[in-house]
Design a protein around this ligand. Structure first.
Ligand code: ZN
Ligand code: ZN
Length: 236
C-alpha cells in the first residue's frame, strides 16, 4: 500500500523549515502525486498574513510548473469560535486550493479552566458547525486536541461528526504527526461514507510524505490509497 497524496504540510510561511518549492520537490522525490502546502492561519503564532499567503500561492504555482507533482496552495485555518468560524481571511479563502480547519486554541471556544466535559462539548460543537459552514475541505486531526486535553469523544459525538462530514463532503484527516489513540471516529466515517484524508503534517521537507504509521491504520480501516485523491473523494 502506498499513499500518494500528502494534504497537510508546513513551510517557512508559518512554522515549517522548507520553502514551498522544497516541500514540493520532496513530494516529487517520494513519488507522491500531490502535496498541499497548508500553513497555519493568522490566529496562530507565526501564522500567515495576506501578504505571506500571496507569496505561498505564487511559489506553489511556480513549483508546480517546474516539477511533476500537483501542488495545492492551502491554509490550516484555526477554528476560532463556538460557531465554527475560521481565521482564514477572505483573500485566503478566495485563493486557496485547499482549506483545512483545526482546533489548536481551545481557549477561543471555551473560557479557560472549565471542566473537561464542557471543553469536550465545545470542541465537538465548534467542529460540527465548522463542517456545516462549508468553508473547509478537511478537518485536520479531528480528535487530537481532545486527546491532548484528556477528553474522549463519545460514540454519539463521533457519529454526529462523521455524518456531518459525509453530508457536506468534508474530509476527516488521519495525521501522521498527531496519530489518534482512538479510531472510533474513523471507523464510523468508513461506515457512513465520510471522506478520510492523509497528512504528514510535515514541518520540514524530509517529513513530506512520511506516512509509515498511517499505512497500518489505513489498512485496518480498509481505506484504499487510491481513494485519497481529494478530487476523487469529491472534497475539492
Ligand atoms: Zn494542526
Ligand atoms: Zn499542521
Amino acid at each position: 500500500m502506498r499513499l500518494r497524496y500528502d494534504l497537510h504540510t508546513h513551510t517557512i510561511y508559518s512554522d515549517g523549515l522548507g520553502t514551498p518549492f522544497e516541500n514540493a520537490a520532496a513530494a516529487e522525490e517520494r513519488g507522491l502525486e500531490a502535496v498541499a502546502l497548508t500553513d497555519h492561519g493568522p490566529a496562530s503564532p507565526e501564522g500567515l498574513s495576506d501578504r505571506s499567503f500571496r507569496r505561498l500561492v505564487a511559489e506553489a504555482r511556480e513549483a508546480e510548473r517546474q516539477l511533476s507533482v500537483k501542488v495545492y496552495a492551502g491554509v490550516e485555518a484555526n477554528i476560532v469560535s463556538p460557531t465554527g468560524e475560521i481565521d482564514a481571511t477572505p483573500g485566503m479563502l478566495e485563493q486557496a486550493d485547499l482549506v483545512l480547519g483545526a482546533v489548536h486554541h481551545p481557549h477561543l471556544l471555551v473560557p479557560s479552566a472549565t471542566p473537561t466535559e464542557e471543553t469536550r462539548r465545545a470542541i465537538v460543537q465548534a467542529t460540527l458547525r465548522c463542517i456545516e459552514r462549508g468553508e473547509v475541505h478537511i478537518i485536520a486531526h479531528p480528535v487530537w486536541i481532545l486527546e491532548e486535553l484528556n477528553c474522549r469523544i463519545t460514540a454519539q459525538e463521533a457519529e454526529e461528526i462523521a455524518r456531518a462530514a459525509a453530508d457536506h463532503n468534508v474530509g476527516l484527516e488521519l495525521n501522521a504527526r498527531h496519530l489518534p489513540r482512538d479510531f472510533t471516529l474513523y471507523q464510523i466515517a468508513v461506515r457512513v461514507g465520510a471522506p478520510i484524508t492523509f497528512g504528514s503534517d510535515a514541518h520540514a521537507p524530509e517529513e513530506v510524505g512520511r506516512f509509515k504509521p498511517l499505512i497500518k491504520v489505513a489498512r485496518k480501516l480498509g481505506v484504499e490509497p487510491s481513494e485519497t485523491d481529494p478530487r476523487e473523494l469529491g472534497i475539492l
